[in-house]
Design a protein around this ligand. Structure first.
Ligand SMILES: *[C@@H]1O[C@H](CO)[C@@H](O)[C@H](O)[C@H]1NC(C)=O
Ligand SMILES: *[C@@H]1O[C@H](CO)[C@@H](O)[C@H](O)[C@H]1NC(C)=O
Ligand SMILES: *[C@@H]1O[C@H](CO)[C@@H](O)[C@H](O)[C@H]1NC(C)=O
Ligand SMILES: *[C@@H]1O[C@H](CO)[C@@H](O)[C@H](O)[C@H]1NC(C)=O
Ligand SMILES: *[C@@H]1O[C@H](CO)[C@@H](O)[C@H](O)[C@H]1NC(C)=O
Length: 403
């Protein structure tokens, strides 16, 4: 009977498909995870100046500019990497709990550091061969206790003290006499790392072509934009936005507002004159990509944070909330600038002397240079919690003083 026949056929096909699905799931669980981790850990930039016997000269880089060595090559490379500290020309830097893909000498080559002979790895089995161990406090779950005297353990943190997990740095084994160096955005760190927070850099080369932003500025039709993910904050920045929006239109995008119609950054550049660069906590030097982003996308940041902004950007490149007695005063000033293209355009004069970058890798250069510097004295932090929470200046938390 044809009907029964086709049903049997269908059952057979189903069984076949289920079989394939099961095999695929099994394969995924056993292999690729390991493989992906391995590839992630062994990205080696082609541009590296370090002689690397693991790579043959015939290998081609992939789209991202990386050569991905095969298993045998990785094993040979491991031997090279695990030579003792004095027998190799480079320093091995172990990223203990990183979520960043800072691998091999990639950031150093990208940043054109003066010293690039360091290799970053996240392979924890290389702990004893490492010269420097970078511990990201934010993602730290366990930490090494056996150490060699020459190794430098680095306290790495890009979040503010207010957003730091206190139970981690309260653990006495980590808190007292554990860290040798600090690497944070704060200017009193051994290594100042801004990384994806970005920076303004003074232009040394005067041959730069003048950009004419006049039509870009004239074309902007909207006043204030705010892209935001955390709708409520302890310092109640949202309350200031509410007050400001009683006097001028503030368009809120992101989790607490609407979605950008197209690309947020393009929209900022073409439509908006001002951007609310409000940090989620007010801590010394805590100036994040919220501030750098509008500078990149040709909008004027209105800052509200705990930093001395004059140390991060030239005068007249931003507007500070704290220079105004109230949200109404600020709104009045924004309306003055809105009416005068000339006054507004002055907020772009800094571009003649500064470049702005969304990725500042110079901290990695400093780390590699310091790893090679045998003249640096031994150092360790007696109490890292005290240093992070108080010694650099405390974060401000009482916003009722201002609004
Ligand atoms: C390190 O390696 C070099 C060359 O292989 C060797 O001469 C030296 O004795 C080794 N040093 C230590 C401390 O193992
Ligand atoms: C300035 O830029 C020009 C052209 O881009 C370049 O040839 C020159 O080497 C640069 N000078 C410095 C000091 O960087
Ligand atoms: C400004 O608008 C004009 C007219 O719509 C357009 O031709 C010009 O390309 C725009 N300028 C910029 C920088 O977007
Ligand atoms: C690093 O800190 C540890 C713990 O305080 C200390 O024993 C070691 O001598 C320090 N090493 C260097 C190179 O500063
Ligand atoms: C915050 O500041 C306001 C105004 O200066 C003051 O009245 C209030 O007591 C402060 N609150 C705290 C918790 O310090």
């Amino acid at each position: 009977m044809p009907r029964k026949n086709s049903m049997a056929k269908r059952t057979l096909i189903y069984c076949y498909l289920i079989g394939i699905a099961l095999l695929f799931t099994a394969w995924i669980t056993i292999h690729p995870h390991r493989e992906i981790v391995a590839i992630h850990r062994w990205n080696l930039p082609v541009s590296s100046g370090i002689p690397h016997p693991a790579l043959s000269s015939t290998q081609k880089a992939d789209k991202t500019g990386h050569v991905r060595p095969n298993i045998q090559q990785r094993q040979r490379a491991t031997k090279l990497w695990t030579g003792n500290s004095t027998s190799r020309a480079f320093k091995l830097i172990l990223m203990w709990s990183t979520w960043m893909s800072t691998m091999a000498d990639e950031p150093l080559v990208k940043a054109r550091c003066p010293v690039t002979s360091c290799l970053f790895t996240s392979d924890m089995s290389l702990i004893h061969q490492s010269d420097v161990v970078v511990l990201y406090i934010d993602t730290l779950t366990d930490f090494p206790l056996n150490r060699q005297p020459h190794q430098r353990f680095v306290f790495a943190q890009l979040e503010s003290p207010v957003n730091t997990k206190l139970d981690t740095i309260s653990d006495p084994r980590l808190r007292y006499d554990y860290f040798n160096w600090t690497m944070t955005y704060r200017r009193n760190s051994d290594i100042i790392l801004r990384d994806y927070y970005g920076s303004l850099v003074k232009i040394s080369n005067k041959t730069r072509i003048e950009k004419n932003d006049a039509s870009l500025i004239r074309n902007k039709t909207k006043l204030v934009a705010w892209f935001v993910a955390h709708c409520t904050t302890p310092i109640r920045r949202e309350e200031y936005v509410r007050q400001l929006s009683q006097f001028v239109t503030v368009d809120v995008f992101g989790r607490c507002g609407r979605e950008c119609p197209t690309n947020c950054d393009d929209m900022l550049r073409s439509d908006y004159k001002f951007y609310l660069a409000f940090e989620n906590s007010w801590c010394p030097d805590y100036v994040t990509e919220k501030f750098i982003r509008p500078l990149v996308y040709d909008s004027v940041p209105i800052v509200l944070g705990g930093a001395d902004y004059g140390r991060f950007a030239p005068p007249h490149s931003y507007i500070s909330v704290r220079d105004f007695g109230s949200a109404k005063d600020l709104a009045d000033y924004l309306m003055v600038l809105d009416k005068s293209d000339d006054l507004y355009a002055r907020y772009f004069d800094w571009k003649r002397e500064y470049d702005v970058t969304l990725l500042d890798l110079s901290g990695w250069c400093d780390l590699c240079r310091m790893a090679h510097d045998g003249s640096l004295p031994d150092k360790s932090y007696r109490d890292i919690k005290q240093w992070w929470m108080s010694d650099g200046g405390e974060c401000e938390t009482n916003s009722t003083k201002y609004y």
